[in-house]
Design a protein around this ligand. Structure first.
Ligand SMILES: Nc1nc2c(ncn2[C@@H]2O[C@H](COP(=O)(O)OP(=O)(O)OP(=O)(O)O)[C@@H](O)[C@H]2O)c(=O)[nH]1
Ligand SMILES: [Mg+2]
Length: 254
């Protein structure tokens, strides 16, 4: 990967009228200077042996058929430099929105960013560092590796741990957070995987395909501030069944 390196931030967005402006502000504001221990960029070497790579950024918002007023806010966001907005005519699910974003993205590295405020874009430099250092092509930000977090529902933690355990058993891995939103991957990986899921199958499908192809996933601790149901939290246990089925399908059938 040579300079300049561009990061594409992929934002699937469905009925996020209260948070879409703020998440885009945070994504655009984040400092994308990354300290990299690798001389191949030809940049001046700092006293600690690292170089400082400054990433270019583009923000790809895909509105997934919102009906809560989100769409009225998007034209103004599309005016911002480096921010591009695409629309699904009807609601198709997170997976479909991320896939559209991948198709439109032009970056060397891509990161999925939910449009609520549960994840913190200030974690980006740590998340892309293993890719820039050539240690991995895929990085997941884990909510279970000791990073700061809002302590929330036991049932959700259990659900997350069970789905991650299921993944680890099926694909002989030791992930700590398969369902994390912060999945970072190179353009090459994105093009190889040919993702097909529309809804909540996205996370298990991408994880299964990456592991089945023999890539290792690098994990980095991230912070997490889960939203409350009163703030729009939508996930339910039924979504867990879709996830398990998707993992089984890509492990044994496809
Ligand atoms: N729920 C939902 N989210 C979608 C859909 N399409 C795109 N998204 C976006 O996908 C991202 C993840 O959705 P969330 O509802 O936050 O999923 P989650 O974080 O697992 O669950 P909660 O925050 O608990 O609702 C958000 O940015 C949504 O706006 C959809 O059809 N349904
Ligand atoms: Mg969320």
């Amino acid at each position: 990967m040579g300079l300049p390196v561009k990061l594409s931030v992929l934002i699937p967005c469905y009925n996020e009228v209260t948070t879409i402006q703020e998440i885009v502000r945070r994504v655009c504001a984040v400092d994308l200077r990354v300290r990299v221990l690798d001389g191949k960029f030809g940049l001046p070497v700092l006293p600690d042996g690292s170089v400082e790579v400054v990433l270019d950024r583009e923000v790809i918002i895909v509105d997934d058929g919102s009906v809560d007023g989100t769409r009225d806010l998007l034209p103004a966001l599309a005016q911002l430099s480096g921010v591009y907005v695409y629309y699904h005519e009807r609601n198709m699910g997170k997976g479909a929105a991320v896939r559209t974003a991948i198709e439109k993205a032009t970056g060397d590295i891509m990161i999925v960013q939910d449009a609520d405020l549960e994840y913190d874009p200030r974690d980006y430099p740590a998340l892309v560092q293993p890719i820039l250092e050539g240690r991995s092509q895929v990085v997941y930000g884990s909510r279970f590796l000791g990073g700061p977090r809002k302590a929330m529902f036991f049932s959700h933690m259990l659900g997350n741990k069970l789905l991650t355990l299921f993944t680890n058993i099926l694909f002989d891995s030791i992930l700590s957070d398969m369902e994390t939103c912060y999945k970072v991957f190179t353009r090459e990986i994105a093009q190889q995987l040919r993702l097909r899921s529309h809804g909540w199958g996205f996370d298990p499908e991408i994880t299964a395909k990456i592991l089945k192809r023999g890539y290792r996933i690098y994990e980095v601790p991230i912070s997490y501030t889960g939203r409350e149901y009163t703030e729009g939290k939508k996930i339910s246990w039924r979504d867990g069944l879709t996830v398990m089925w998707t993992l089984l399908k890509y492990r044994f059938i496809e």
